[in-house]
Design a protein around this ligand. Structure first.
Ligand code: NCD
Length: 310
């Protein structure tokens, strides 16, 4: 049985097949409308979420399956002291596949070890967010036609942003990717990531001012400052509006640069930027449903089409 804990759990070739399947679902949704009939997805969310949980639920519903679950720890037996290991054993009796989000790094992995059904890490603390990475990669591949030869700027909270950590890990496997990390000093990308890039000989630079590097970027990945992971409110308030992408700054960007954002947005992108054709973050959310449909099909091995992974 296969779980998804990290974006590296799939080889680049497997990812290509997953993305081909997602693109096929996008073109021919009716062909997949009954693919998961009789199957149940459990969404176990111990941390707030709008997009990830609802996109999983939408994905399973669009495949003809059903969904059960809880949206916060307070309404689950975690509030009575039940362990994640016990909860997943019970969920395994009720569902065929589980998407789990947890504030503690590694919790979905603990669940996967005890589970009889595939477990998908839907975000664990500040660590990883592999299905957001699948969403990001599918968006880039679908709109740019490739996953190689890019200069990508990642901007905002690079310290606590799990989507950033997962995306960097996934992108290093593609040729000729150059990273520009744009953050205030306090929110720099963790050392383990820069060490990994140095070891692999991958080009990266760290800067503070977005304007200075804007003209060099093929992709700009904006992120919000992760309020919930700060130890004190004062630091959050000081850093939360450090970057605000507006139409003035967009004049410095390439004509075909894409702006991505995992969302939710707070203030880091002005709403006036939304109408710029380079702003693709709402399209990105749509790709999130297609890729989760492809993932559910793949992990459940219910895809009958020959282009499915398993
Ligand atoms: C992200 C997350 O939960 O890490 N949201 C999401 O799943 N799209 C990003 C964030 O919360 O800033």
């Amino acid at each position: 049985m296969r779980h998804l804990m990290s974006p590296l759990d799939f080889t680049p070739q497997e990812l290509d097949r997953l993305f081909d399947l997602a693109n096929d679902i996008e073109r021919n949704p009716a062909e997949y409308a009954h693919a998961c009939e009789g199957k149940i997805l459990a969404t176990c969310f111990y941390e707030p979420s709008t997009r990830t949980r609802l996109s999983f639920e939408s994905a399973m519903t669009r495949l003809g399956g059903s969904v059960i679950g809880f949206a916060d720890a307070a309404s689950s037996s975690a509030s009575k002291g039940e362990s994640v290991s016990d909860t997943i054993r019970i969920i395994s009796c009720y569902a065929d596949i589980c998407a789990m989000r947890h504030p503690k790094e590694g919790a979905p992995m603990v669940a996967a070890e005890k589970s009889d059904i595939p477990v998908i890490n839907a975000g664990d603390g500040g660590h990883q967010h592999p299905t957001q990475t699948l969403t990001d990669l599918l968006t880039i591949r679908s709109l740019k036609g490739r996953l190689e030869n890019f200069t990508i700027g990642l901007c905002g909270d690079l310290k606590f942003g799990r989507t950033v950590h997962s995306l960097i890990k996934a992108l290093v496997r593609y040729d000729n990717i150059r990273f520009i990390f744009i953050s205030p000093e306090e929110l720099r990308v963790p050392d383990y990531i820069t060490e990994m890039l140095k070891e692999k000989g991958i080009a990266f630079e760290e800067v503070i001012r977005l304007e200075n590097v804007m003209p060099n970027l093929d992709l700009l990945y904006m992120t919000r400052v992760q309020k919930e992971r700060f130890f004190n409110e004062e630091d959050y308030v000081r850093l939360k509006d450090f970057y605000i992408l507006n139409t003035d700054k967009m004049t410095l960007a390439k004509e075909d640069m894409l702006i991505l954002h995992p969302l939710p947005r707070v203030n880091e992108i002005s709403v006036e930027v939304d109408s710029d054709p380079r702003a693709v973050y709402f399209k990105q959310a749509k790709y999130g449903v297609y890729v989760r449909m492809a993932l559910i099909l793949t992990l459940l091995k219910t895809a009958e089409r020959k282009d499915a992974l398993c």
